[in-house]
Write a protein that binds this ligand. Structure first.
Ligand SMILES: [Zn+2]
Length: 64
């Protein structure tokens, strides 16, 4: 397993596709990043998927 994985997502604010990195070493399961397109804060949550080669991430609006 690589220490960092790139994961695609769709911005929950503007609908634009983007890519984020998941730190596979860190135990953080939730973090916030600003959308590169609309600059709105996106909450990323790692979804438990032990068999998945690429981590599953859900992108939701901050505050919901
Ligand atoms: Zn956006």
């Amino acid at each position: 397993m690589r220490p960092v994985e790139f994961v695609g997502f769709t911005c929950p604010w503007c609908g634009e596709p983007g890519e984020t990195t998941v730190d596979m070493v860190s135990a953080d399961r939730e973090w916030v990043e600003d959308c590169a397109v609309c600059c709105a804060p996106i909450v990323f949550r790692r979804v438990e998927a032990p068999d998945a080669e690429i981590p599953q991430v859900e992108a939701i609006r901050e505050g919901e």
